[in-house]
Design a protein around this ligand. Structure first.
Ligand SMILES: NC(=O)C1=CN([C@@H]2O[C@H](COP(=O)(O)OP(=O)(O)OC[C@H]3O[C@@H](n4cnc5c(N)ncnc54)[C@H](O)[C@@H]3O)[C@@H](O)[C@H]2O)C=CC1
Ligand SMILES: O=C(O)/C=C/C=C(\O)C(=O)O
Length: 486
């Protein structure tokens, strides 16, 4: 049985405690590997290696050298594409058809895009008058922030981890990554690619383990980490924020959501159905940008419900290797328990179950997997927990509205503000509504269309800060102003 070790200072090392935990395939419940759980000592060694590497060859490299290495990292991921794909799909159960188009290519792109960006983004400069008439020149330079603690989730493991590691390294930082305990493999594998690409030892470190009282907490409590970037649940974000406050460390938090889709009667129905299918069911509903509540203008409500039902019932549930499958399992049986508890709650709160609501029949070899049916409800009151909580499953509640004002009010009614999808062919309305929905990311007539140069993050309880484009560079660097009296 394969064991997955930490990657510290350029070496794979096991835990001194000998503590290992199981990494289970969610498609069949079988053990994939054993994973070393880091104690405080391994986390300390990783942070110290990262600190030392800042002063080593990495810190002395020219921008050109550093960015060429990051291009080699991207090329290295692509060269081992099938290995990354296999590992990601074993850990998550997601269809290979999806991971080969989204997860793995984005893992490589996250290095290339930010390596190119850091070379091309200017900094500011201001000339100023002085009383003696000679003047002064101010100019800003970027310096790395230091050691960045990266705590990443399980839903898009390689994509979301590299979304942080790519810009952090492009800006000259070093990192200690704590991947989700559910999906450790691709983060571990990336250590090999880093080595092959010539990334100096200590620049990229990985420690495995859980959150509280384990590797995650040990990392956030470590005083030599200079900043933290995290994607995951809002409650976890609060805990990390508290830990970061000690020592005044910077944070970037991309947290939970309960995003609204708004479908107006003047939409292109085919596009709205196709888009809502993806925003409700892609990655088995485990995308923070997904729309678990969709409000549909009353005049097209019945048609929308029946067409979405037909499309959802056409989804093919299956394991990663099934080329026809477009719905994999949830990440774990534990997560399925949570999702199924909301399926039950929906019934208790009086929902009409349009489709799904339970566990599908699967062949015997997949019976131990974390399968759930794609589910559509109508008829729930807006204060039901099914409407107010992030479920993170393949489910959506559909609710009719009568006016644009009502749709906006419904979209804005929750304390989250991550994303929204608006469906309307009336461009004036689309702009007007987009401007009023309280969320960091609004898609009009699309969903999850990503340009990595754009600001990405949530408002309200969906996060603090923005990453993407120059916003990543802002977070991963310290801007220093140099004022020269002429
Ligand atoms: N992308 C997103 O927005 C995600 C949202 N979620 C939501 O969170 C719910 C729970 O899933 P979890 O995996 O438990 O999410 P989580 O937020 O607890 O875990 C995400 C990462 O944070 C780490 N972590 C947890 N507690 C920590 C702590 N005290 N200190 C430092 N690191 C810590 C975990 O080990 C993991 O690497 C899901 O049902 C879903 O609703 C989960 C994963 C991703
Ligand atoms: O950066 C992206 O394109 C995707 C982001 C998705 C999440 O942050 C998520 O699902 O957690």
């Amino acid at each position: 049985m394969k064991d997955i070790k930490h990657y510290i200072n350029g070496q794979y090392v096991g835990s001194a405690s000998g503590k290992l935990f199981d990494n289970v395939n969610p498609a069949n419940g079988k053990l994939i590997s054993k994973v070393h759980e880091a104690g405080r000592d391994e986390v300390d060694a990783a942070v110290k290696a990262a600190k030392a590497a800042l002063r080593g060859p990495w810190g002395r490299m020219t921008l050109e050298e550093r960015t060429s290495i990051l291009h080699r990292v991207a090329d290295g991921i692509n060269a081992r594409f099938d290995e990354f794909l296999e590992a990601e799909c074993l850990d998550t159960g997601k269809p290979k058809s999806m991971a080969s188009h989204i997860d793995i290519p984005r893992g490589a792109a996250n290095f290339k895009v930010f390596a190119d960006m850091i070379k091309n983004v200017p900094t500011e400069s201001f000339e100023m008058p002085t009383p003696d008439g000679t003047g002064a020149l101010n100019y800003a330079v970027r310096r790395p922030k230091g050691v960045i603690g990266v705590i990443s989730p399980w839903n898009l493991p390689l994509l979301l981890m590299t979304w942080k590691v790519g810009p952090a390294l492009a800006c000259g930082n070093t990192v200690v990554v704590k991947p989700s305990e559910e999906t450790p493999t691709t983060t571990a594998l990336l250590g090999e690619v880093m080595k092959e690409a010539g990334v100096p030892d200590g620049v990229y470190n990985v420690v495995h383990g859980f959150g509280g009282d384990s590797a995650g907490a040990f990392l956030t409590e470590h005083p030599q980490v200079d900043g933290f970037t995290f994607t995951g649940e809002t409650g976890t974000g609060e805990v990390i924020m508290k830990a970061a406050a000690k020592g005044i460390r910077d944070i970037s938090l991309e947290l939970g959501g309960k995003n609204a889709g708004l479908v107006f009667a003047d939409c292109d129905m085919d596009k709205a159905i196709e888009g809502t299918m993806r925003s409700a069911f892609a990655n088995c509903g485990q995308v923070c940008l997904g729309t678990e509540r969709v409000y549909v203008e009353r005049s097209i409500f019945d048609e929308f419900v029946s067409r979405l039902k037909e499309a959802a019932e056409g989804l093919k549930i299956g394991p990663p290797d099934d080329a026809e499958a477009n719905l994999g399992p949830l990440v774990s049986l534990k997560h399925r328990e949570k999702v199924l508890s909301y399926y039950q709650k929906a019934v208790d709160d009086g929902a009409t179950v349009i489709t799904g609501g339970g566990v599908p029949d699967m062949p015997a070899e997949l019976a131990g997997g974390a399968w759930v049916q794609p589910t559509i409800w109508t008829g729930l009151p807006e204060d039901s927990a099914v409407i107010t909580d992030e479920i993170f499953g393949p489910c959506v509640h559909l609710c009719p509205f009568d006016t644009e004002e009502e749709a906006i009010e419904l979209a804005n009614s929750l304390p989250y503000g991550l994303a929204s999808a608006i469906w309307s062919e009336n461009i004036t309305r689309a702009h007007r509504v987009a401007g009023q929905v309280e969320a960091g990311i609004i898609w009009v007539n699309s969903w999850f269309l990503r340009d990595l140069r754009t600001p990405f993050g949530g408002s309200k309880q969906s996060g603090i800060g923005r990453e993407g484009g120059v916003h990543s560079l802002e977070f991963y660097t310290e801007m220093k102003n140099i004022c020269v009296k002429l």
